[in-house]
Write a protein that binds this ligand. Structure first.
Ligand code: SF4
Length: 347
């Protein structure tokens, strides 16, 4: 029988698992604490768990400790990891340092199906979803490696999180649980390319995390060119879904807008963006696009970026420019993995 990853279970599910082993449910809370608060790497370190139960755990579960295949550190404190996920695949995770604490950008899939043209992950074939435990392990592995406490989690690494909906939501239950990683839901953000049915579903969840929409263009023509997902879920329907999400949750939405030179960075684009978002409880995050090797899109000039931001702010849309982190390392998603494709041992 194949062993299961013990980190794939949220606390309620783990209680059920432990009960199935013939043990009392409260043991699950102890195990949860060892995993996420003490951050142990083996069942043997769970010293208040009986030897008998530890043996049962070893027989039935793995504890899923990722190996670091590669690590790049930037002068600004950003650290990019390439993890061996123990089945021959590799994923990326980025740790960023801000004045308010440490933020981690986690991957949700191995590869991505969405094919956004500006993304360094494009060209990395989709192979599978990450399990909840593999999502959570990225945080644990970075905390174990650095000794720091992570305070913010963003689902903005490789993969479309809402395309791996159940595992991402389950991972959030573990990350958010006070007996788990205890990171507040308001410090967790999910970024989507715009999978509309899943946005409606997320609105129903009782998780006050931040929804972040990768918008990047203001006409269907331009957006479809940058993001093929727009052919299925066009802008007007996406904005409608966002308005309903706001209506239901009253939680501010963040719109990501990667500025690409001579593509979506002129004042006409800014005007259309104001028209689209007018009256919504939202924030626009302007991202100076990372130049991708052989990529079609180039970075906007600083002048254009500032002009774009000022136009939005002057017309009632709160907009900020994202600080470029890790510019001296391969910090755009997919870049490290692309350069080290030989490290992907299987696929
Ligand atoms: S930007 Fe995100 S959704 Fe788009 S291809 Fe890259 S990883 Fe996938």
């Amino acid at each position: 029988m194949e062993k299961k990853n013990i980190k794939d279970y949220d606390l309620e599910e783990l209680k059920q698992e432990i009960e199935n082993l013939g043990e009392k449910k409260f043991r699950a809370e102890q195990i949860f604490k060892w995993l996420y608060q003490e951050k142990v790497k083996s069942f043997d370190e769970m010293t208040n768990i009986s030897l008998d139960l530890r043996e049962k755990l070893k027989e039935n579960y793995t504890i899923c400790n990722f190996n670091i295949l590669k690590k790049q550190e930037s002068k600004d404190g950003t650290i990019k990891y390439l993890f061996d996920v123990l089945d021959g695949n590799a994923i990326e995770t980025v740790l960023m340092s801000y004045h308010h604490g440490y933020s981690i950008c986690v991957s949700s899939q191995i590869g991505c199906k969405m094919g956004c043209k500006f993304c360094a992950s494009t060209g990395i074939e989709f192979s599978r979803n990450l399990s909840s435990g593999e999502i959570v392990e990225q945080i644990l592995a970075v905390e174990q490696d650095t000794g720091i406490r992570i305070s913010n989690v963003v689902f903005m690494g490789i993969g479309e999180p809402l395309d791996n909906y159940d595992n991402v939501i389950n991972a959030i239950h573990i990350i958010n649980n006070q007996k788990g990683l205890n990171i507040g839901a308001r410090h967790i953000s999910i970024s989507t390319s715009g999978l509309i049915p899943k946005i409606y579903k997320l609105a129903e969840e009782n998780i006050p995390c931040t929804l972040s929409i990768s918008l990047h263009a203001t006409t269907n023509e331009k957006r479809s060119e940058m993001m093929p997902v727009n052919n299925t879920y066009p802008i007007e329907e996406l904005i409608k879904a966002c308005k309903e999400y706001l209506e239901q949750t009253n939680r501010r939405i963040s719109f990501e807008y990667a500025l690409a030179k001579d593509n979506n960075d002129n004042i006409e684009d800014a005007k259309r963006l104001v028209k689209l978002l007018k009256g919504m409880l939202c924030h626009v995050n302007l991202i100076p696009i990372n130049k991708i090797e052989n990529g079609k899109f180039k970075k906007s000039s600083n002048e254009n970026i500032i002009r774009f931001r000022d136009y939005l702010n002057e017309h009632g849309i709160v907009a900020t420019i994202r600080r470029e982190l890790g510019s001296d390392i391969d910090a755009a998603c997919g870049q490290l993995r692309r350069k080290n494709s030989h490290l992907k041992m299987k696929s």
